[in-house]
Design a protein around this ligand. Structure first.
Ligand SMILES: *Cc1c(COP(=O)(O)O)cnc(C)c1O
Length: 222
């Protein structure tokens, strides 16, 4: 299957108000160019160096989303051009992003990652930690980051019930946080959930942004 036919196939299932992030990590520039020629403009990467290299080489109207685990010492290189950082999983990281964004004279869009899966290996805040952070006032002083919503990854599981329940948990938490902490902030609106294996369930459960890699570009070679 070609990238073009994969995109055409997937696009049938994505409503107009859900954003498709084409996860191009580990795939070459040519693959991104092919998706770009189909009209795709939003690409997700998980390694800082790789994303910076691709940004240099590829068209400047691409929206680059960072979806990996971001290390503090690497924030600086993506801050000038990144459109959205999906995986902010600590207050310290948010503070560091804010610091670099201020120097770059930018406001950087961020999603707070929530740990919704059963696996220990996935990153993210617990619900309790997140409420603790947002209940404080410190985050409001971070003028160079915009908290745009939440991101989560479901358990890698064949159980549709389990995956669906985890997406529901994220959606419910989003609604609660929206009401309690962002009632008048239109920019707090994103729920980034759903990947190749589970994006249809995620859309069913209220996703606003799906991150799809292998179903578009094929298997990754690490
Ligand atoms: C790699 C990755 C994806 C894409 O996964 P696929 O199963 O290939 O669609 C989505 N989200 C995150 C956070 C990832 O690291």
């Amino acid at each position: 299957m070609s990238i073009q036919s994969n995109i055409q196939n997937i696009r049938q299932f994505i409503p107009a108000d859900v954003k498709l992030v084409c996860v191009s990590k580990y795939h070459p520039n040519e693959a991104i160019e092919e998706a770009y020629s189909c009209g795709e403009r939003v690409f997700g990467e998980s390694k800082v160096q790789e994303m910076c290299g691709k940004y240099e080489m590829l068209p400047k109207d691409i929206e680059w989303h960072f979806i990996g685990h971001l290390q503090s010492n690497k924030i600086k290189s993506i801050v000038p051009f990144v459109s959205l950082i999906h995986g902010v999983d600590s207050f310290k990281l948010l503070t560091e992003i804010n610091k670099h964004a201020e120097k770059a004279n930018r406001k950087v869009n961020c999603l707070l990652q929530v740990h919704i899966a059963q696996e220990e290996t996935k990153f993210g805040f617990s619900e309790r930690e997140l409420i603790e952070v947002l209940s404080g006032n410190e985050w409001k002083n971070l003028k160079n980051v915009q908290i745009c919503g939440l991101m989560g990854m479901a358990t890698f599981s064949n159980s549709e019930n389990q995956v669906r329940a985890e997406f529901k948990t994220l959606k419910n938490l989003f609604s609660k946080l929206k009401a309690d902490f962002f009632p008048t902030e239109d920019s707090f609106k994103e729920i980034s959930m759903g990947m190749s294996a589970d994006f249809k369930l995620a859309i069913d459960e209220g996703s606003s942004m799906v991150r799809i890699g292998s179903s578009i570009f094929g298997n990754r070679i690490y």
